[in-house]
Design a protein around this ligand. Sequence first.
Ligand code: CTP
Ligand code: MG
Length: 524
Amino acid sequence: GQPRGQVRPGSSGAAVQRAPQAAGPEEAGEDAEVSTRKKTFAEVQTERLEQAERTVLIKCPPKLNEKKLLQYLSSHGNIKSHFFFENRGIHALIEFSEKNSIASLQDAIGLPSAAEYHVVPFKSRLFTFMLKNPVSQAAEETPLHLSPQSHIPVKELIEKLCHADSISSQMYILLNEYQLTDENIKLRYLVCSLVRDFARAYFPDSTVKPFGSSVNTFGKLGCDVDMFLDFHDTQKHAAKTKKGPFDMEYQMKRLPSERLATQKILSVVGDCLDNFGPGCVSVQKILNARCPLVKFSHQPTGFQCDLSVSNSIAIKSSELLYIYGCLDSRVRALVFSVRCWARVHGLTNSIPGTWITNFSLTMMVMFFLQRRSPPIIPTLDQLKELADVLLGDFFEYYGNFDFRRNSINLRKGKEVNKPESSPLYIWNPFEQDLNISKNVNQPQLEKFVAMARESAWILRKEQKAQQMTNKEPWGLAALLIPFGKSNSNKMKNRMKGIGSETIRNLLDSLKLNNPTNLQKAVGK
Ligand code: CTP
Ligand code: MG
């Protein structure tokens, strides 16, 4: 089975349980906590992109002494991770711990003599490993583990599926065979990072980020790498107030439309990749499409790449699918199965045409899952509501729970009449006559309710921006500071802050500075 994630309230987008392909086995081993930590889409992207910047690709001879290779490389810095794969020869992906190890490696290599090659002075992160004496190189040869970068043929898959004991497990087998591996994801981010090196020749503050199936948890081994050039990080810094009398011709000539700007940017980056990009072949500019792009094939990694310019809608849909994919393990299993079925029957095709795309098909599955009763995934509108408010809602819910009359029953999933008079009654789901919270006394319950109300009020305040500029704790941080004695005026204001009519009525009926009234609310 796969881990189940849960939407976390948070303004920077919902976070989800780390997807299996988002955590490399070696990383999980390093830090057991990582496997259960929740990461947002943005966090995963930042981490992976940073990792890719410390990474190089090395073409290796057919008979390779792994130890020797690593030994040579280690003289330039610590190697954090590495793996080998086969793609027109053996290649190694090497992730250094420090970025400057790459500069050290590049500096140790002389330029080829001009008589042999006409060199363009661009230092790439693609290397070839050769030793003068191949015999000593192959010595102590141990079998090299090659990480697969493509999925098994359908025929082989069918055989495997026949041995499974249920349709459900067949779907998970298919998922495990087809989904992107951690190694494959690393390669995808590396390609983006290599393209970025070129884009920066023109636009020093640009980044290149992957989107689509490489990052939305629905990618199948062998799918294309969709990437976009992003200038948004620049704009964040550029949004400064104007000081002084000068206006700058910013970044480019003023162009009459964004589309034209996009086309010009892609045109020069496309030329640059075509002329100087190591391993970039079949560069094709498709600038008149609805979404202008440059297509190319990246030989060292074997990826077909589509480069476009920052497209916030496509990124948002990648993030939405990422969230859906991590919410419930069945989502990805179903999507992979349906997509494989569609491909086998010619309903989808890797070349563009009049057929349904994988993206459309994935959206059809999502809609189906929303329409289930009960729904398996929430709608976008529901997700929007969930974001940020869950913690506040929790406090509001228990701040207004009728503990006097009701008990908490997880088996039935509802509030039911208390069978006896304990202040707090939580049914043991497996032993129905037992109250899990029999030990809790009235004052402790009252304290819980009072704290919950106070916290609900603090979270409703929405003064994040102001509190941040004042360097005051806000949100959860504010909740983690002892509340102290609240005065009654403050409390009255709090009542106004709470939106729901019933809650306001309930609170209005209480004089909170009178402890016996609070006790009434929680039942004495
Ligand atoms: N996209 C979109 N609207 C479309 C087509 C694509 O918003 N009509 C966005 C989606 O975010 C999609 C991404 O562009 O994920 C990449 O498109 P594409 O490569 O066609 O789909 P993938 O999801 O990457 O699926 P595949 O594995 O087939 O490449
Ligand atoms: Mg794609």
